[in-house]
Design a protein around this ligand. Structure first.
Ligand code: ADP
Ligand code: GLC
Length: 477
């Protein structure tokens, strides 16, 4: 049995901006089910949705600040969550990375370096919690200083650093390093220094005992200049200590047979009932209720990573085909405006909801026929997994975790019943449009379509296998 401190800047359902929260809210449960002693560590943000009781545990002083550790449980499980309570940094309106107006926090480095220092104190049993970690499992740049700081400790836990997204690195000027009072020994290119900048992510990549990322393909991609953001050399240098473990999903929350947020529950043997969800979705989005018109859904952060520009570029042409398109997302204002304008131009075909809405996300997964994910890069991606479980065939670009989890519908894969979606290679609107047309054509062949839906719904995306892989890794360190 291992004592695992799982360190994350967001955890579903307490707070979520993206897939990291889904992972941090479900992998620890799967590890606990495998008999491990897991504690989650996260900041106590003002916006946390706390349902369970919160208890005061202790106060510790780091870098001249008093910080409380509070304890609660992950809703729906017994997993203990330790909350880092520093009101000056975290009791402010907004999300983990931006203020309420969407501007990045100016003191992000101070916030997350404090978080990292607390993680070190907790791991080392210096927080009066009577608990010493065997493994400190860090996630993304917000916890990147932890493996680096722990290298300065003689008796320390083993460290794992999981990269959920190389695009966010936590880069700050050298002056910040000095202001934060970080140890001088770590200011070198073998630790936190990256071309004269402080790099949080580099702390994880250079100093963790092992690095993982969230799919095998992304683990290879980040060792190349196209995906490595200048860290490809270091990642390649460490390739013996780097591997990809595909994310699982919470199969309770994302289950079309029991999902309380959808109009009509259905399963692999009652696929006809999916139609009720399509009608409800068309109603919700004020689209004509046409059962036979293929309905394409998209949910996501509206940022460059997700290939939103490709979608915008192809919508003018897509509307010439018998198809409807619904989108839920928020992000860059330019994308939001252009998408909204397209929906005003083609109100019978395109409907757009700007914002973050979990109920609606479930309705889109259940009610769409196809799910579009034309990502430029995608470390793992979760929506293509939810989609397959809901018999909503994903149309994805061949990159990262999308490559590893979606099998393109081709004559041979249709025949051997492995086909589970549609895949295109080039990140161009043209390549995407051709593949959407291929999907629309196949949609008219009801028997083939249903078979592919069933192939997709039968796939096992639970955490079972991946959690075991993490456990094997912990045991090997
Ligand atoms: P990323 O972490 O890069 O954003 P993922 O596919 O791993 O991408 O995870 C995104 C998660 O966030 C999914 O659970 C998705 O349903 C959810 N999500 C993204 N945007 C929205 C939104 N606007 N409303 C509701 N859920 C959203
Ligand atoms: C990141 C990635 C996404 C991945 C998620 C959870 O935000 O962009 O691909 O699924 O983390 O690992």
């Amino acid at each position: 049995m291992k004592k695992i401190l799982f360190i994350s800047s967001e955890v579903h359902p307490l707070i979520k901006t993206g897939g990291l929260a889904d992972v941090a809210g479900s992998l620890p449960i799967a590890l606990a089910e495998l008999g491990q002693e897991v504690r989650i560590l996260m900041p106590k943000y003002q916006a946390l949705k706390l349902e369970q009781e919160v208890e005061y545990r202790c106060t510790l002083r780091v870098n001249n600040r008093d910080v409380n550790i509070l304890e609660t449980r992950l809703p729906g499980s017994g997993v203990i969550v330790w909350l880092v309570d520093c009101p000056e940094y975290f009791d402010t309106p907004g999300n983990p990375y931006t203020d309420e107006f969407g501007n990045a926090w100016e003191n992000s480095a101070a916030r997350f370096s404090l978080f990292c220092r607390i993680a070190v104190e907790v791991s080392q049993n210096r927080a009066h919690l009577d608990w010493k970690a065997d493994i400190a499992h860090c996630n993304d740049w917000q916890s990147g200083l932890v493996p680096a700081l722990l290298t300065l400790e003689p008796h320390r836990p083993s460290t794992v650093f999981t990269i959920h997204n190389m695009a966010y690195q936590g880069l700050f000027p050298e002056a910040t390093y000095i202001e934060l009072n970080l140890p001088g020994q770590l200011w070198n290119p073998g630790a936190l220094e990256f071309h004269d900048l402080l790099s949080f992510i580099k702390g994880g990549i250079a100093c963790a005992d092992h690095i993982t990322t969230v799919s095998p393909t992304y683990a290879l991609e980040i060792q190349t200049a196209d995906y490595g953001y200048g860290l490809e050399g270091l990642l390649h240098h460490r390739h013996h200590e780097l591997n990809g473990i595909i994310n699982g999903i919470d199969v309770e929350v994302w289950n079309p047979e029991t999902d309380p947020r959808i109009a009509q529950n259905y399963g692999i043997d009652s696929l006809a009932k999916k139609a009720g969800n399509k009608a409800a979705l068309q109603q919700h989005f004020s689209l004509p209720e046409e059962p036979a018109t293929p309905l394409i859904g998209l949910i996501g952060r509206l940022v460059d990573q997700k290939g939103i520009d490709l979608v915008i570029d192809c919508l003018d042409e897509l509307i010439n085909y018998p198809v409807q398109f619904v989108l839920l997302g928020s992000g860059e204002k330019g994308f939001e405006h252009r998408l909204k304008n397209l929906s005003y131009l083609y109100p019978d075909k395109i409907s757009v909801s700007i914002g973050y809405n979990e109920d609606l996300a479930h309705m889109i997964e259940a009610g769409s026929d196809m799910f579009l994910m034309p990502s430029r890069f995608e470390p793992c991606g979760l929506n293509q997994l939810y989609s397959q479980r809901y018999g909503t065939l994903p149309i994805v670009r061949k990159t990262g975790g999308l490559t590893d989890t979606v099998v393109d519908a081709m004559p041979d894969t249709i025949k051997d019943k492995t086909a589970s979606g549609f895949v295109f290679e080039e990140p161009t609107a043209g390549a995407m449009l051709e593949t959407i047309k291929r999907a629309i054509l196949l949609y008219t062949n009801k028997r083939s379509w249903q078979q592919i839906q069933k192939n997709a719904m039968r796939k096992d995306f639970s955490w079972q296998q991946s959690a075991q892989q993490y456990l094997n890794l912990y045991n090997s360190l």
